[in-house]
Design a protein around this ligand. Structure first.
Ligand SMILES: Nc1ncnc2c1ncn2[C@@H]1O[C@H](COP(=O)(O)OP(=O)(O)O)[C@@H](O)[C@H]1O
Ligand SMILES: [Mg+2]
Length: 262
């Protein structure tokens, strides 16, 4: 049994099969990537793990077990306590997820107060501490800013800070660097890798960029048309796979910061 065991899941939207026979097993401190072109089912898989499939989406077969507990049987209340604490998720543009008319601080305070009964002042202080831990200087100023006043990279650091508030064992990231320029992308990639060093966090990173996946992960799953097309450790995917689709993705890897990631 691993920390997270996803076994042979099928996922459908309104009874239309979308993901077929997907399995993955991740241990504490491992970094996994799921890569594949747009529409291959990457987001669907991690939303299923996070119990947050959009309306009409349903896991129709298989099992998802985290530390021995079946996530597929969780009640709404159990999810509320679990999400953010044991597993967190960050998105492509964390800033876009925030209400543009609300300051970062009020979103952060609200997030903390859905997880623990603390005063607004205490939640504010905790938010500032998390921002500074994620190397955002002057956390208080950031708490008082509106999302549009921050750069994309800063907004993504805010997203990571929120996601890490309770030091989850597993962080899910859906295209966390895709909205960023290449320099900022490299900084966020490194910051996510440091989460494992500093907190022992496991990561599942969804990306259409095999270069990012190859740079940061131990294990890579290549998806195509809702199925696993290829998978293996980083070295296998980069240098030993004979899969034609994997080769096609490797050829499409852009260079980052003047040098190729792989
Ligand atoms: N809410 C939804 N309702 C119906 N179909 C969806 C929904 N979300 C995604 N899909 C379909 O599921 C497939 C996989 O989508 P997605 O998981 O978003 O792929 P990826 O993240 O790899 O781009 C696509 O064909 C997409 O159109
Ligand atoms: Mg997606």
């Amino acid at each position: 049994m691993s920390m997270l065991d996803v076994d042979h899941i099928n996922i459908a939207y309104k009874n239309k099969p979308t993901v077929t026979d997907f399995s993955m097993h991740i241990e504490k401190g491992q970094i996994y990537s799921i890569v594949g072109e747009s529409g291959s089912g990457k987001t669907t898989v991690i939303r299923a793990i996070f119990g947050m499939l959009p309306g009409g989406g349903k896991v129709t077969g298989g099992s998802i077990v985290f530390e021995g507990e079946s996530l597929l049987t969780f009640s709404r209340e159990r999810w509320r306590l679990f999400r953010g604490k044991d597993i967190s998720m960050i998105f492509q543009d964390s800033g876009a997820m925030m209400n543009p008319t609300k300051r970062v601080g009020s979103a952060f305070i609200e997030y903390i107060r859905t997880h623990e009964a603390v005063s607004k002042e205490e939640a504010f202080r905790k938010g500032v501490m998390m921002l500074e831990r994620m190397r955002l200087p002057s956390g208080e100023n950031i708490m008082r800013s509106y999302p549009f006043q921050l750069s994309g990279g800063m907004r993504q650091r805010v997203g990571i800070a929120m996601g890490m508030t309770y030091e989850p064992k597993l962080l899910l990231a859906d295209e966390p660097t895709s909205a960023l320029d290449v320099t900022t992308q490299a900084q966020i990639v490194r910051q996510m890798m440091e989460l494992r060093e500093n907190y022992g966090t496991s990561l599942i990173v969804v990306t259409h960029n095999l270069g990012v996946a190859a740079y940061m992960s131990d294990h890579i799953i290549v998806m195509k048309d809702g199925k696993i097309e290829d998978e293996g450790d980083r070295d296998y995917i980069l240098y030993h796979s004979g899969n034609a689709y994997t080769h096609k993705l490797l050829e499409a890897v852009p260079s980052i910061g003047g040098r190729r990631f792989v």
